[in-house]
Design a protein around this ligand. Sequence first.
Ligand SMILES: C[S@@+](CC[C@H](N)C(=O)[O-])C[C@H]1O[C@@H](n2cnc3c(N)ncnc32)[C@H](O)[C@@H]1O
Length: 339
Amino acid sequence: MVTKKDINIYFSTKKGQILLADSLDILRSEKTSSVDLIMTSPPFGLVRKKEYGNVDADEYVEWFKLFAKEFRRVLKDTGSFVLDIGGAWNKGVPTRHLYHFKLLIMLCEECNFHLAQDFYWWNPSKLPTPAEWVTVRRIRVKDAINCVWWLSATPWPKASNRRVLQPYSDSMRVLLKNGYRAKKRPSGHDISEKFQINNGAAIPPNLLAIPNTESNSHYIKYCTDNGLRVHPARYPAELPEYFIRMLTDKGDKVVDPFAGSCVTGEVCERLDRKWLCIDMCEEYLNGAIGRFDKSNDEPKPDSETYYKIPRPGILWNGTTYDPLPKDGGASRPNSKKNK
Ligand SMILES: C[S@@+](CC[C@H](N)C(=O)[O-])C[C@H]1O[C@@H](n2cnc3c(N)ncnc32)[C@H](O)[C@@H]1O
C-alpha cells in the first residue's frame, strides 16, 4: 500500500493537489467515507486502442471494478460518483458495444452504487463519425452523445437542482406572459395552474448541450507557449461544473482519479471546493499546471449559449424516395449516385 511519504505531489494549491500516480494506489490509501464527489471521465473502452491508456471494451468492466470498489469505499453516504463515458462500435460492423451499459449494471449490482439519474451529454459540434457507417454507407446517424452516469452511495445523495437552473425557453416565456388554461394533456398528465408561476428560471432536463470546441483557452495557450502537448480527450469545464455545483458545497472534497489535464481541479479551485486530481501520465500534468497560473484570464467561450434542436420531421416532405439497401449496407456503395 502507498504511504503518505511515497506520494508524489506534482502540484498543489491551498485547495487542492495534483498527484502523478496510479489512482488505484492512491485511492487505496484514502480514508473511508471521506469524499463528497468523484467526478471523472476515465479512458473509454475502445475496440481500437487510443493513446491514453484505453482498455479493450471486452475487458473494461473487470478493469474498472477494482477502481469502483475503492470509489464506493471512499465516498461519504451523502456523496456522488459522476462518470462521463462514451460508447464504442463493434469492430467491422455497424453495431454498438454494450460495455458502458454493462459497466453501469456492474456498478449498481456488484459495487453497491445507486443510479441517481442517467444524463446524456450532447456535443453539438461532434463530427459525423464513424465515417464508414455515417457518411459513406449512410446507414447510421452521427454518434454525438456521451452517457453521464450519476451514481450515489445511498438513494439520498445531497443535491439541489436550484444550483443548475437555466433560462426559460421562448415558448415558456410566452406561456408565462399570456397565461395557460389548466387542463389534462393527452398523455394524462395534469397541467395545473402551478406551471404558470414564474420561478425566474427553468429546471434543466437530463440532456446537457455542451460543445467540446475549446480552442482559445488559457490552457491551450499555456501548452502552446511552453511546447507542451494538449490533452487529446478533455471534457469541457461546463460538464464537471454542472455536477460540482449541483452536488457539493463550498469546502467539500472532489476527486478526479483520471484527471488528464485537470479540468475538474480548475473548476473546483474557482468554486472553492477542495480537490484531488490524479493522473499517471506526466506529459498531461505538465500542461495541467497551466490551469492554475495566477495570470489565468479565461476568455469567454466562443460558442453558442443556447441550442435549438430541429424537430425530426422538418424535411419529411414525402417527395424523395430512396429505396433502402436490401443488404442493410453490407456492401460498400461505389457510385456517385449514393451520395
Ligand atoms: C479521458 S482522459 C481524462 C481527461 C480529463 N477529463 C480532461 O478533461 O483533461 C483519461 C485519463 O486517465 C488517465 N489514466 C488512465 N489510467 C489511470 C490510472 N490508473 N491512474 C491515473 N490516471 C489514469 C490517462 O492518463 C488519461 O489522461
